[in-house]
Design a binder for this molecule. Structure first.
Ligand SMILES: [Zn+2]
Length: 421
Protein backbone atom coordinates (compact mmCIF):
# COMPACT_ATOMS: atom_id res chain seq x y z
CA UNK A 1 0.00 0.00 0.00
CA UNK A 2 1.43 3.37 -1.03
CA UNK A 3 1.73 6.04 1.63
CA UNK A 4 -0.99 8.66 1.89
CA UNK A 5 1.43 11.45 0.91
CA UNK A 6 2.05 9.62 -2.33
CA UNK A 7 -1.66 9.56 -3.09
CA UNK A 8 -1.79 13.38 -2.94
CA UNK A 9 1.15 13.71 -5.36
CA UNK A 10 -0.36 11.12 -7.69
CA UNK A 11 -3.73 12.86 -7.50
CA UNK A 12 -2.15 16.16 -8.56
CA UNK A 13 -0.58 14.32 -11.49
CA UNK A 14 -3.97 12.77 -12.41
CA UNK A 15 -5.62 16.20 -12.46
CA UNK A 16 -2.74 17.69 -14.52
CA UNK A 17 -3.03 14.84 -17.01
CA UNK A 18 -6.80 15.30 -17.40
CA UNK A 19 -6.16 18.98 -18.17
CA UNK A 20 -3.47 18.02 -20.68
CA UNK A 21 -5.80 15.59 -22.47
CA UNK A 22 -8.47 18.34 -22.59
CA UNK A 23 -6.10 20.32 -24.84
CA UNK A 24 -6.46 17.69 -27.59
CA UNK A 25 -9.57 18.99 -29.30
CA UNK A 26 -11.31 19.41 -32.64
CA UNK A 27 -12.21 22.98 -31.67
CA UNK A 28 -9.66 25.68 -30.89
CA UNK A 29 -10.08 27.13 -27.40
CA UNK A 30 -12.51 24.50 -26.11
CA UNK A 31 -12.62 20.72 -25.71
CA UNK A 32 -14.48 18.62 -28.26
CA UNK A 33 -13.21 15.13 -29.01
CA UNK A 34 -15.74 12.95 -30.76
CA UNK A 35 -15.45 9.35 -31.96
CA UNK A 36 -12.12 8.75 -33.74
CA UNK A 37 -11.55 12.40 -34.60
CA UNK A 38 -7.90 13.42 -35.29
CA UNK A 39 -7.69 14.76 -31.71
CA UNK A 40 -8.22 11.19 -30.46
CA UNK A 41 -4.86 10.22 -32.05
CA UNK A 42 -3.12 12.80 -29.86
CA UNK A 43 -5.03 11.65 -26.79
CA UNK A 44 -4.02 8.02 -27.50
CA UNK A 45 -0.39 9.00 -28.06
CA UNK A 46 -0.20 10.66 -24.66
CA UNK A 47 -1.95 7.84 -22.78
CA UNK A 48 0.19 5.25 -24.55
CA UNK A 49 3.32 6.98 -23.28
CA UNK A 50 2.07 6.93 -19.67
CA UNK A 51 0.88 3.32 -19.91
CA UNK A 52 4.09 2.03 -21.52
CA UNK A 53 6.17 3.84 -18.91
CA UNK A 54 4.47 1.79 -16.20
CA UNK A 55 5.01 -1.48 -18.07
CA UNK A 56 1.65 -1.95 -19.78
CA UNK A 57 1.30 -3.26 -23.32
CA UNK A 58 -0.88 -0.88 -25.34
CA UNK A 59 -3.13 -1.70 -28.29
CA UNK A 60 -6.04 0.04 -29.99
CA UNK A 61 -8.87 -2.36 -30.86
CA UNK A 62 -10.86 -2.09 -34.08
CA UNK A 63 -13.55 0.01 -32.38
CA UNK A 64 -10.89 2.56 -31.47
CA UNK A 65 -10.73 1.68 -27.76
CA UNK A 66 -7.29 2.18 -26.22
CA UNK A 67 -6.36 -0.86 -24.14
CA UNK A 68 -3.31 -1.01 -21.88
CA UNK A 69 -2.62 -4.42 -20.39
CA UNK A 70 -0.55 -4.79 -17.24
CA UNK A 71 0.13 -8.49 -16.94
CA UNK A 72 -0.21 -10.64 -13.85
CA UNK A 73 2.74 -12.51 -12.40
CA UNK A 74 0.90 -15.71 -13.31
CA UNK A 75 0.25 -16.64 -16.93
CA UNK A 76 -3.35 -17.42 -17.76
CA UNK A 77 -4.61 -15.27 -14.87
CA UNK A 78 -7.91 -13.40 -15.29
CA UNK A 79 -7.94 -9.65 -15.97
CA UNK A 80 -9.67 -6.81 -14.19
CA UNK A 81 -10.72 -3.91 -16.42
CA UNK A 82 -10.43 -0.30 -15.25
CA UNK A 83 -11.59 2.59 -17.36
CA UNK A 84 -14.11 4.95 -18.85
CA UNK A 85 -14.53 6.97 -22.06
CA UNK A 86 -12.16 9.33 -23.90
CA UNK A 87 -14.68 11.06 -26.16
CA UNK A 88 -16.34 14.30 -25.10
CA UNK A 89 -19.30 16.49 -25.88
CA UNK A 90 -18.68 19.90 -27.55
CA UNK A 91 -17.43 22.57 -25.11
CA UNK A 92 -16.65 19.86 -22.55
CA UNK A 93 -14.95 19.87 -19.18
CA UNK A 94 -11.72 17.97 -18.56
CA UNK A 95 -12.97 15.12 -16.34
CA UNK A 96 -16.12 13.45 -17.69
CA UNK A 97 -14.89 10.00 -18.76
CA UNK A 98 -11.21 10.95 -19.03
CA UNK A 99 -10.75 10.94 -15.24
CA UNK A 100 -11.72 7.25 -15.06
CA UNK A 101 -9.04 6.33 -17.61
CA UNK A 102 -6.31 8.50 -16.10
CA UNK A 103 -7.14 7.14 -12.61
CA UNK A 104 -6.64 3.66 -14.08
CA UNK A 105 -3.13 4.68 -15.16
CA UNK A 106 -2.55 6.17 -11.68
CA UNK A 107 -3.55 2.88 -10.05
CA UNK A 108 -1.04 0.98 -12.20
CA UNK A 109 1.65 3.47 -11.17
CA UNK A 110 0.69 3.12 -7.51
CA UNK A 111 1.57 -0.59 -7.72
CA UNK A 112 5.20 0.50 -8.21
CA UNK A 113 6.01 -2.53 -10.32
CA UNK A 114 4.16 -5.01 -8.12
CA UNK A 115 2.18 -7.65 -10.03
CA UNK A 116 -1.19 -8.96 -8.85
CA UNK A 117 -2.74 -12.45 -9.13
CA UNK A 118 -4.81 -11.00 -11.99
CA UNK A 119 -3.90 -8.75 -14.91
CA UNK A 120 -5.13 -5.17 -15.11
CA UNK A 121 -6.41 -3.68 -18.33
CA UNK A 122 -6.90 0.09 -18.54
CA UNK A 123 -9.56 0.82 -21.17
CA UNK A 124 -10.17 4.21 -22.78
CA UNK A 125 -13.47 3.81 -24.61
CA UNK A 126 -13.63 5.54 -27.99
CA UNK A 127 -17.24 6.66 -27.73
CA UNK A 128 -19.82 7.07 -24.98
CA UNK A 129 -21.52 10.43 -25.49
CA UNK A 130 -23.34 9.73 -28.76
CA UNK A 131 -22.33 13.09 -30.25
CA UNK A 132 -21.03 12.09 -33.67
CA UNK A 133 -23.49 9.33 -34.64
CA UNK A 134 -26.45 10.19 -32.43
CA UNK A 135 -26.13 6.86 -30.62
CA UNK A 136 -24.03 6.36 -27.49
CA UNK A 137 -21.69 3.63 -26.18
CA UNK A 138 -20.10 2.62 -29.51
CA UNK A 139 -16.81 1.81 -27.71
CA UNK A 140 -18.19 -0.25 -24.84
CA UNK A 141 -20.70 -1.99 -27.07
CA UNK A 142 -17.77 -3.40 -29.06
CA UNK A 143 -16.54 -5.18 -25.91
CA UNK A 144 -19.84 -7.00 -25.39
CA UNK A 145 -20.34 -7.88 -29.05
CA UNK A 146 -22.91 -5.14 -29.65
CA UNK A 147 -21.11 -3.20 -32.41
CA UNK A 148 -23.20 -4.81 -35.14
CA UNK A 149 -23.69 -4.19 -38.88
CA UNK A 150 -26.52 -1.75 -38.30
CA UNK A 151 -24.37 0.37 -36.02
CA UNK A 152 -21.32 0.09 -38.31
CA UNK A 153 -23.41 1.45 -41.19
CA UNK A 154 -24.79 4.40 -39.23
CA UNK A 155 -23.69 7.76 -40.69
CA UNK A 156 -22.70 11.09 -39.20
CA UNK A 157 -23.84 14.51 -40.55
CA UNK A 158 -21.07 14.39 -43.19
CA UNK A 159 -22.24 11.02 -44.49
CA UNK A 160 -19.28 9.12 -42.98
CA UNK A 161 -20.27 5.75 -41.51
CA UNK A 162 -18.97 4.28 -38.24
CA UNK A 163 -17.12 1.78 -40.45
CA UNK A 164 -15.67 4.64 -42.51
CA UNK A 165 -14.56 6.47 -39.35
CA UNK A 166 -12.82 3.29 -38.14
CA UNK A 167 -10.98 2.86 -41.47
CA UNK A 168 -10.18 6.60 -41.54
CA UNK A 169 -8.51 6.29 -38.14
CA UNK A 170 -6.24 3.57 -39.59
CA UNK A 171 -8.09 0.61 -38.09
CA UNK A 172 -9.68 -2.45 -39.70
CA UNK A 173 -13.46 -2.68 -39.18
CA UNK A 174 -13.36 -6.39 -40.11
CA UNK A 175 -11.53 -6.97 -36.82
CA UNK A 176 -14.32 -5.52 -34.62
CA UNK A 177 -15.31 -9.01 -33.35
CA UNK A 178 -11.79 -9.34 -31.88
CA UNK A 179 -12.53 -6.42 -29.54
CA UNK A 180 -15.04 -8.56 -27.63
CA UNK A 181 -14.02 -9.46 -24.07
CA UNK A 182 -12.60 -12.94 -23.66
CA UNK A 183 -13.56 -15.36 -20.89
CA UNK A 184 -10.63 -14.14 -18.79
CA UNK A 185 -12.43 -10.85 -17.96
CA UNK A 186 -12.86 -10.80 -14.18
CA UNK A 187 -14.75 -7.53 -13.73
CA UNK A 188 -15.04 -3.91 -14.85
CA UNK A 189 -14.52 -0.97 -12.54
CA UNK A 190 -15.34 2.59 -13.63
CA UNK A 191 -14.41 5.74 -11.75
CA UNK A 192 -16.48 8.72 -12.93
CA UNK A 193 -17.40 12.17 -11.71
CA UNK A 194 -20.90 12.20 -10.25
CA UNK A 195 -22.11 14.98 -12.58
CA UNK A 196 -24.66 15.92 -9.95
CA UNK A 197 -24.91 17.60 -6.52
CA UNK A 198 -25.64 14.66 -4.18
CA UNK A 199 -22.16 13.81 -2.84
CA UNK A 200 -21.39 17.49 -2.35
CA UNK A 201 -24.62 17.99 -0.43
CA UNK A 202 -23.68 15.06 1.84
CA UNK A 203 -20.11 16.29 2.29
CA UNK A 204 -18.68 13.04 0.88
CA UNK A 205 -15.75 12.67 -1.54
CA UNK A 206 -16.84 9.33 -3.03
CA UNK A 207 -19.95 7.22 -3.54
CA UNK A 208 -20.51 3.65 -4.67
CA UNK A 209 -23.02 3.17 -7.47
CA UNK A 210 -25.33 0.23 -6.83
CA UNK A 211 -27.44 0.61 -9.97
CA UNK A 212 -28.06 2.67 -13.07
CA UNK A 213 -31.62 4.00 -12.93
CA UNK A 214 -34.52 2.71 -15.01
CA UNK A 215 -35.56 5.24 -17.62
CA UNK A 216 -38.76 5.76 -19.59
CA UNK A 217 -39.01 8.35 -22.36
CA UNK A 218 -42.40 9.18 -23.84
CA UNK A 219 -44.01 11.59 -26.24
CA UNK A 220 -47.47 13.08 -25.62
CA UNK A 221 -49.55 14.89 -28.22
CA UNK A 222 -52.43 17.02 -26.89
CA UNK A 223 -54.93 17.64 -29.68
CA UNK A 224 -57.32 20.55 -29.28
CA UNK A 225 -58.77 22.94 -31.82
CA UNK A 226 -56.92 25.87 -33.37
CA UNK A 227 -59.02 29.01 -33.48
CA UNK A 228 -58.99 32.80 -33.50
CA UNK A 229 -57.41 34.24 -30.34
CA UNK A 230 -59.58 37.35 -30.48
CA UNK A 231 -63.03 35.99 -31.25
CA UNK A 232 -63.15 32.69 -29.31
CA UNK A 233 -64.44 33.21 -25.72
CA UNK A 234 -62.46 31.45 -22.99
CA UNK A 235 -65.19 28.96 -22.11
CA UNK A 236 -65.49 27.77 -25.71
CA UNK A 237 -61.81 26.97 -26.28
CA UNK A 238 -59.98 23.65 -26.65
CA UNK A 239 -56.49 24.98 -26.06
CA UNK A 240 -53.87 22.24 -26.52
CA UNK A 241 -51.01 24.29 -25.07
CA UNK A 242 -52.91 25.26 -21.91
CA UNK A 243 -53.75 21.56 -21.41
CA UNK A 244 -50.10 20.59 -21.86
CA UNK A 245 -49.05 23.32 -19.41
CA UNK A 246 -51.47 22.02 -16.77
CA UNK A 247 -50.11 18.52 -17.33
CA UNK A 248 -46.45 19.62 -17.08
CA UNK A 249 -47.06 21.10 -13.62
CA UNK A 250 -48.89 17.91 -12.59
CA UNK A 251 -45.89 15.85 -13.76
CA UNK A 252 -43.59 17.95 -11.61
CA UNK A 253 -45.90 17.55 -8.60
CA UNK A 254 -46.04 13.77 -9.15
CA UNK A 255 -42.23 13.50 -9.18
CA UNK A 256 -42.13 15.17 -5.75
CA UNK A 257 -44.24 12.37 -4.23
CA UNK A 258 -41.51 9.67 -4.35
CA UNK A 259 -37.92 9.92 -3.09
CA UNK A 260 -35.44 9.41 -5.92
CA UNK A 261 -38.00 9.89 -8.67
CA UNK A 262 -37.10 12.44 -11.35
CA UNK A 263 -39.46 13.52 -14.14
CA UNK A 264 -38.61 16.08 -16.78
CA UNK A 265 -40.62 17.68 -19.56
CA UNK A 266 -37.99 19.46 -21.62
CA UNK A 267 -39.35 19.71 -25.15
CA UNK A 268 -42.54 21.35 -26.28
CA UNK A 269 -43.82 22.18 -29.74
CA UNK A 270 -47.09 24.03 -30.25
CA UNK A 271 -48.94 24.29 -33.55
CA UNK A 272 -49.66 26.39 -35.46
CA UNK A 273 -47.42 28.58 -33.28
CA UNK A 274 -48.78 32.02 -34.16
CA UNK A 275 -49.32 34.76 -31.59
CA UNK A 276 -53.03 35.20 -32.45
CA UNK A 277 -54.05 31.56 -32.86
CA UNK A 278 -55.12 29.21 -30.05
CA UNK A 279 -52.82 26.18 -30.13
CA UNK A 280 -54.51 23.24 -31.85
CA UNK A 281 -51.76 20.77 -31.01
CA UNK A 282 -49.04 20.54 -28.37
CA UNK A 283 -46.33 17.88 -28.55
CA UNK A 284 -44.31 17.32 -25.37
CA UNK A 285 -41.71 14.84 -24.17
CA UNK A 286 -41.33 13.09 -20.83
CA UNK A 287 -38.12 11.70 -19.28
CA UNK A 288 -38.79 9.61 -16.19
CA UNK A 289 -36.14 7.90 -14.03
CA UNK A 290 -36.03 5.91 -10.82
CA UNK A 291 -34.02 3.02 -9.44
CA UNK A 292 -37.11 0.78 -9.47
CA UNK A 293 -38.46 -0.53 -12.78
CA UNK A 294 -41.85 -1.06 -11.17
CA UNK A 295 -42.11 2.43 -9.73
CA UNK A 296 -40.97 3.93 -13.02
CA UNK A 297 -43.65 1.98 -14.91
CA UNK A 298 -46.34 2.79 -12.33
CA UNK A 299 -45.49 6.48 -12.42
CA UNK A 300 -45.69 6.47 -16.22
CA UNK A 301 -49.23 5.06 -15.88
CA UNK A 302 -50.17 7.77 -13.37
CA UNK A 303 -48.80 10.45 -15.68
CA UNK A 304 -50.79 9.07 -18.62
CA UNK A 305 -53.95 9.10 -16.42
CA UNK A 306 -53.28 12.73 -15.48
CA UNK A 307 -53.09 13.63 -19.16
CA UNK A 308 -56.29 11.69 -19.87
CA UNK A 309 -58.19 13.52 -17.10
CA UNK A 310 -57.00 16.87 -18.38
CA UNK A 311 -57.97 16.23 -22.02
CA UNK A 312 -61.34 14.78 -20.92
CA UNK A 313 -62.18 17.87 -18.85
CA UNK A 314 -61.02 20.25 -21.56
CA UNK A 315 -62.61 18.38 -24.47
CA UNK A 316 -59.35 17.46 -26.17
CA UNK A 317 -57.81 14.25 -27.52
CA UNK A 318 -54.55 12.58 -26.51
CA UNK A 319 -51.97 10.38 -28.23
CA UNK A 320 -48.93 9.02 -26.45
CA UNK A 321 -46.06 6.71 -27.34
CA UNK A 322 -43.08 5.19 -25.54
CA UNK A 323 -39.72 6.21 -27.06
CA UNK A 324 -37.44 4.34 -24.65
CA UNK A 325 -38.00 1.82 -21.89
CA UNK A 326 -34.60 1.13 -20.34
CA UNK A 327 -34.69 -1.19 -17.34
CA UNK A 328 -32.58 -0.63 -14.25
CA UNK A 329 -29.08 -2.10 -14.53
CA UNK A 330 -27.76 -3.42 -11.24
CA UNK A 331 -24.07 -3.19 -10.49
CA UNK A 332 -22.43 -6.38 -9.23
CA UNK A 333 -23.40 -6.94 -5.58
CA UNK A 334 -20.12 -8.61 -4.63
CA UNK A 335 -18.08 -5.78 -6.13
CA UNK A 336 -20.31 -3.12 -4.55
CA UNK A 337 -19.75 -4.76 -1.15
CA UNK A 338 -15.99 -4.84 -1.77
CA UNK A 339 -15.98 -1.14 -2.70
CA UNK A 340 -17.87 -0.35 0.52
CA UNK A 341 -15.23 -2.24 2.46
CA UNK A 342 -12.47 -0.33 0.62
CA UNK A 343 -14.21 2.97 1.42
CA UNK A 344 -14.44 2.08 5.10
CA UNK A 345 -10.76 1.10 4.93
CA UNK A 346 -9.80 4.65 3.94
CA UNK A 347 -12.14 6.27 6.47
CA UNK A 348 -14.92 7.22 4.05
CA UNK A 349 -18.60 6.60 4.77
CA UNK A 350 -19.70 4.02 2.17
CA UNK A 351 -22.59 5.90 0.60
CA UNK A 352 -24.60 3.90 -1.94
CA UNK A 353 -26.25 5.74 -4.78
CA UNK A 354 -28.15 5.20 -8.00
CA UNK A 355 -26.80 6.79 -11.15
CA UNK A 356 -29.44 8.78 -13.00
CA UNK A 357 -27.20 8.89 -16.08
CA UNK A 358 -26.11 5.99 -18.26
CA UNK A 359 -22.43 4.98 -18.26
CA UNK A 360 -20.12 2.45 -19.94
CA UNK A 361 -20.46 0.20 -16.85
CA UNK A 362 -24.14 -0.24 -17.77
CA UNK A 363 -23.08 -1.81 -21.09
CA UNK A 364 -20.20 -3.88 -19.67
CA UNK A 365 -22.55 -5.27 -16.98
CA UNK A 366 -24.17 -7.37 -19.73
CA UNK A 367 -21.03 -9.48 -19.86
CA UNK A 368 -18.90 -9.01 -16.72
CA UNK A 369 -19.49 -8.07 -13.06
CA UNK A 370 -19.32 -4.27 -13.15
CA UNK A 371 -19.29 -1.45 -10.63
CA UNK A 372 -18.77 2.29 -10.44
CA UNK A 373 -17.31 4.74 -7.97
CA UNK A 374 -18.45 8.35 -8.21
CA UNK A 375 -16.25 11.30 -7.27
CA UNK A 376 -17.88 14.44 -5.90
CA UNK A 377 -18.61 17.07 -8.59
CA UNK A 378 -17.98 20.57 -7.16
CA UNK A 379 -21.13 22.63 -7.68
CA UNK A 380 -22.70 19.55 -9.31
CA UNK A 381 -21.39 20.97 -12.60
CA UNK A 382 -20.64 18.78 -15.62
CA UNK A 383 -20.85 18.95 -19.43
CA UNK A 384 -19.39 22.42 -19.09
CA UNK A 385 -15.83 23.82 -19.09
CA UNK A 386 -16.39 24.72 -15.40
CA UNK A 387 -16.53 20.98 -14.55
CA UNK A 388 -13.94 20.18 -11.87
CA UNK A 389 -12.70 17.77 -9.21
CA UNK A 390 -10.90 18.30 -5.92
CA UNK A 391 -7.36 16.91 -5.73
CA UNK A 392 -8.18 15.52 -2.25
CA UNK A 393 -11.12 13.56 -3.70
CA UNK A 394 -8.93 12.16 -6.49
CA UNK A 395 -6.42 11.09 -3.80
CA UNK A 396 -9.25 9.32 -1.94
CA UNK A 397 -10.30 7.62 -5.20
CA UNK A 398 -6.75 6.35 -5.71
CA UNK A 399 -6.59 5.06 -2.13
CA UNK A 400 -9.98 3.40 -2.50
CA UNK A 401 -8.84 1.76 -5.77
CA UNK A 402 -5.61 0.53 -4.13
CA UNK A 403 -7.55 -0.93 -1.19
CA UNK A 404 -9.96 -2.64 -3.56
CA UNK A 405 -7.16 -4.17 -5.66
CA UNK A 406 -5.45 -5.42 -2.49
CA UNK A 407 -8.71 -6.94 -1.21
CA UNK A 408 -9.31 -8.74 -4.50
CA UNK A 409 -5.66 -9.82 -4.73
CA UNK A 410 -5.67 -11.34 -1.26
CA UNK A 411 -8.78 -13.42 -1.86
CA UNK A 412 -8.64 -16.11 -4.52
CA UNK A 413 -12.15 -17.08 -3.41
CA UNK A 414 -13.33 -13.61 -4.42
CA UNK A 415 -11.73 -13.92 -7.85
CA UNK A 416 -13.34 -17.30 -8.39
CA UNK A 417 -16.77 -16.02 -7.40
CA UNK A 418 -16.46 -13.07 -9.76
CA UNK A 419 -15.34 -15.24 -12.66
CA UNK A 420 -18.45 -17.41 -12.14
CA UNK A 421 -20.79 -14.40 -11.94
ZN1 LIG B 1 -19.14 10.26 -18.93
Amino acid sequence: MAALGNAKTRAEEVVARCKRLASFSEDPGSTRRTFLSPAMHECHRELTKWLEDVGAEVTVDAAGNLRGFYASAQSGAPRLLLGSHLDTIPNAGAYDGVLGVVLGVGLLEALEGRRLPFGLEVVGFSEEEGVRFGTPFIGSRALVGGLDEELLNRRDVNGISVRGAIEGFGLNAAEVPRAVLADDALAFLEFHIEQGPVLESLGLPLGVVEAIAAQIRMEFVFQGRANHAGTTPMHLRHDALAAAAEWIVAVERTAHTQPGLVATVAQIEAKPGAVNVIAGEARVTLDLRHESDALCARTAEVIVQLAEEIVERRGLKLRQSVLLNQKRVAMDALLVGQIEEALRGIGCAPHRMVSGAGHDAMILAEKVPSAMIFLRSPGGISHDPAESVQVEDVAKALQCGQHLLDQLASSSELQKRMCRA
